[in-house]
Each structure stands twice: as C-alpha cells, then as structure tokens.
Ligand binder design. Structure first.
Ligand code: BT5
Length: 324
C-alpha cells in the first residue's frame, strides 16, 4: 500500500504551480495538520525544498537529487513509460525484479531502477559492475506487439536512444559497437541487455536492461574493466544528475519506440548506422564455430550485422561477438 508520505508528495507534485492548504492535505490524507507539518519537516531533511506560507499552504519548489519513485516521476513528461516506477536502494539485479514483476502482470512501460546492483548481469552470464549511486541501472518492461524475431531491433533502438541522449544532453560524441555497447573515446560507457519471454510467435514481455556509467572516477571503476570502460564523468569532468538522465532517456525512448511501432525499423537503422563504430572497416568476428576477419558494412533491414567476407561474399549475422 502506498505510504502517506508518498501520497503527500504526489498531492504536492500535482499542485506544484499553486499552494495547497494544510486543511486540504489533512482532509485528503486523513491525518491531523500537525502530522502534515511533521511530514513536511521530514521531507525537508531528505532534501525536498518546500515553501510553507501561513495563509496559503504548501508548495514543493525542488526535489532532492536522490533516486526515488517520486524524484524520477517529478517532471517526467511521458504518456506510458515510467507510469509505474519501482526503486530499490540495493538489489541483485533490476532484471530479476523486472522478470518477477512482468510475470505478475506489470504494465507495459513499468521501470525498475536501483542505486546499486550486487549481481548486475551482462549478456551470456557475464557480470555488470554497478557501483552504488554512481550510475544508471535501469530495466524497462515492454509488451510489444511484434514478432519474437524482431526483438533484437529493440536493443538497437535502445542504443540509438542512449547515443542521442548522451550527444545532446552531455555534449559527447558516442559511438555504438554492434550490437549493444555505447562507446566514448573507444571505451564502453553503457551496455544493454535485452531479455524476452516468448512463445512460438507471441511475445509475453521483454525486459530491456540499461547500464550507464555516470559519475564514476577512474578509480571507482572496477580494476577488471578500467582499461576498457569509462563514465560520463571521466569523459566530461562534470557530474551528472542520474535522475535527469533517467528522465531524458525515458522521454527519448518513448518517442523512438512509438515511431518504431508506427513506421518499423528503417529510421532506427539509419540512425544506428550514423553512430555505428567501424562501419566500412575490417573487424574480427567470433561465432560459436568460427573466428574470422571481415569488412563491417552496416546493419540489415531487420537489424542483423551485414559483413563482407574476404572471399567477397556478403553475409548477415544474427549473433556474433566482435573483436576490434
Ligand atoms: C552488457 O553486457 O553490456 C549489458 C549490460 C546491462 C546492464 C544493465 S544494468 C540494469 C540491468 N540490470 C542488470 O543486471 N543488467 C542490466 P555484455 O555486452 O555482455 O558486456 C558485459 C561486459 O562489459 C563485462 O564482461 C565487462 O567486460 C564489461 N563491463 C562490466 N561492467 C561494466 C561497466 N560498469 N562499464 C563498462 N563495462 C563493463
């Protein structure tokens, strides 16, 4: 059940342009005016800036930059994404929570965020380092009406969303390494993990996990990845608000996803290729049974990797690892 505190924040947030009287709050929340006053003092301790005027009432002026359901919801201008937000200070993996929630019927657009993950997941059982309070660890539950084979397109779509937001909001030049790495200065700053629960030709749900290194210094990146990973802070020497980044990413994601559902993959393909790392260059490809050099031509209309082998033949690959 929703706490009185959360209901109070929501009432204040819904009336942010005007004062809301102590009496009205007390009637709506069914608690005394002195209890309201105590809640306000608690909120101020947590970093909420609240203006109280004796004959008018209360108004929120600003939110703390701490991650919470309320701080992410405040100012989030979306139609369907992030209407349901689950926040954990610490969890094994936001993907685990997302699967549980999705199995229990969570709505399309539900998001899960955490300050810290103790067992962050990469692809193929690899791990994802998720330093407390220093990055964006986010999972999005989607229930798209597309064929299961199209699901990988959503990874590519998410990569373009991240690249767009980093470029416009943080003023950096990101590149996308197929299929799911976002690079700054040739080092990984974000990764995407798309997991799906589907039957033959119907998707029950998809969980898109996004890990973005935001405020880590080099020493705060695990030693194991320091040589090949980076963060926005390392690249720009500026701290960024994780809340604000989540909001930008969700708003851009919603727009891009809605367009994709309406118009299909071509626009995403074009955008992806504009950020594509090493397009036109030679790359080394590892598949389950093979390891070879090829020229990276771009991506196909369905999102597969398009390469030219040294014998001149053109191939499409759906799952492969790329070494550069
Ligand atoms: C990925 O896998 O890049 C997908 C990462 C998805 C993470 C998000 S966070 C929210 C959600 N909850 C989760 O538990 N996961 C998702 P992959 O392409 O397999 O890359 C994994 C490899 O990246 C590791 O083996 C390391 O080499 C490297 N790596 C691990 N942590 C990193 C980090 N914080 N920054 C950069 N590289 C990292």
């Amino acid at each position: 059940m929703e706490s009185t505190r959360n209901k109070l924040i929501q009432l204040l947030a819904a009336n942010s342009e005007q004062y809301i009287s102590g009496q009205l709050l007390s009637d709506q929340l069914k608690i005394s005016r002195s209890a309201i006053w105590k809640h306000m003092k608690e909120l101020e301790k947590d970093g909420y800036q609240i203006e109280g005027k004796s004959n008018k009432g209360y108004r929120i002026i600003s939110y703390p930059d701490k991650l919470s359901e309320n701080t992410v919801r405040w100012g989030l201008e979306t139609d369907w994404i992030g209407k349901n937000i689950i926040h954990k200070e610490s969890t094994t993996s936001t993907q685990h929570i997302a699967h549980d929630e999705a199995r229990n019927g969570a709505a399309h657009g539900t998001i899960i965020i955490a300050d810290e993950q103790t067992k962050g997941k990469g692809r193929m059982n690899r791990s994802w380092f998720s330093t407390k309070g220093k990055g964006m660890w986010l999972s999005i539950i989607l229930r798209p009406e597309i064929a299961p084979q199209q699901a990988p397109q959503l990874t590519l779509l998410t990569a373009t969303v991240l690249a767009d937001v980093l470029q416009s909001y943080c003023n950096v030049k990101p590149l996308i390494k197929w299929p799911n790495d976002i690079l700054l200065n040739n080092k990984k700053t974000a990764g995407i993990l798309t997991e799906m629960q589907a039957e033959q030709d119907i998707i029950n749900y998809i969980v898109i996990g996004i890990g973005l290194n935001v405020n880590q210094s080099t020493l705060e990146l695990s030693e194991e990845i320091r040589h090949k990973a980076t963060s926005l802070y390392i690249e720009t020497e500026k701290e960024n608000s994780i809340n604000a980044l989540i909001q930008e990413i969700l708003m851009t994601f919603e727009k891009s996803y809605d367009q994709y559902i309406k118009n299909g993959f071509p626009d995403i393909k074009q955008k992806w290729e504009s950020y594509g790392f090493k397009i036109g260059e030679e790359i080394t490809i590892k598949t389950i049974k093979d390891h070879f050099h090829a020229t990276f031509l771009g991506i196909e209309e369905d999102g597969a990797l398009r390469i030219k082998r040294t014998d001149g033949s053109i191939q499409r690959l759906y799952s492969a690892e790329i070494d550069w």
